[in-house]
Design a protein around this ligand. Sequence first.
Ligand SMILES: Cc1ncc(COP(=O)(O)O)c(C=O)c1O
Length: 308
Amino acid sequence: MAISKTFPFAYIRKKVCKIEDAVVPIQAKAIQYGLGCFSGIRGFWNEKQKNLYLFRLEDHFKRFQESAKITGMQLEMDYKKFEKIIMELLMKNKVKGDVYIRPVLYSGSTQLTPRFDNEDDDVAIYMISLQEYFKEGTGLNVCISSWRRFDDDVFSVKAKMTGAYASSALAKTDAIKNGYDEPIFLNRDGKVCEASGANIFGVKDGVVWTPPLSSNILNGITRRSLIEICKYLDIEVREENFDRSMFYTFDEAFLSGTAAKVTPIYSVDHRTIGSGKEGPISKKISEFYSKAAYNDMKEFSKWCKPVY
Ligand SMILES: Cc1ncc(COP(=O)(O)O)c(C=O)c1O
């Protein structure tokens, strides 16, 4: 992962403060039980236009709101307020480059009972100068994790809950220790599901495959964007389940996510995917996504919220 710098100002308890002051007590349920939900938003700096563009900010807020609703946490903020705080923070931090923004609705309650409907739910926001999440300029060697993705009747997969990432961390730690870059979860039905923090796509005979929302995946905003881009580019997309054997025989495969962007997969369980390099369809989609994200694609400027 590229080295990232944390910006000096954050937001917590309804105020902007120095990042070192954005702290919560150790008794907080956010720490003790992982009670919270979060979002991850990218801003892309367009050097030619000298402007920063936030990618699908309102859609990120909607998912943040839905996560709060699923858990029963109190998000006492509407979109306008959310946008205002983020804009103010970007200005205060003088952000003039690619940025990753992390809002978290955390449970600040210090009572012992593990329940979501507490007082003291609070929004905190910080930002870092993230470039590439994975190694730059290369693809991933992934493995099928021995950890399964949880079903929605075990733990919500549609709410982006902080505690849920313990599952991602288990799979990721084992994958790295075993010499891979990233784990791929199967769901309870044995179908390919998603990565530790990204959705998955495959390409077979010119058709793009991605697991459906019903297969216990996060409703990724990048995933949604790529599906729209494929439609625009006249590339057929199938939102259908596929199993591990089919994954092994894809011509191309890639991950998608706010942090991951579009990252090619070179191999899975030591089986080379296609030529073992980024495939032509993946490249086309990735380049288009990048142009759209930097607001260099008029047709998709609706996704880009200018900061300056
Ligand atoms: C488990 C998981 N799946 C998928 C994604 C991709 O979602 P998005 O494109 O909205 O960042 C993420 C990242 O947030 C994630 O954590």
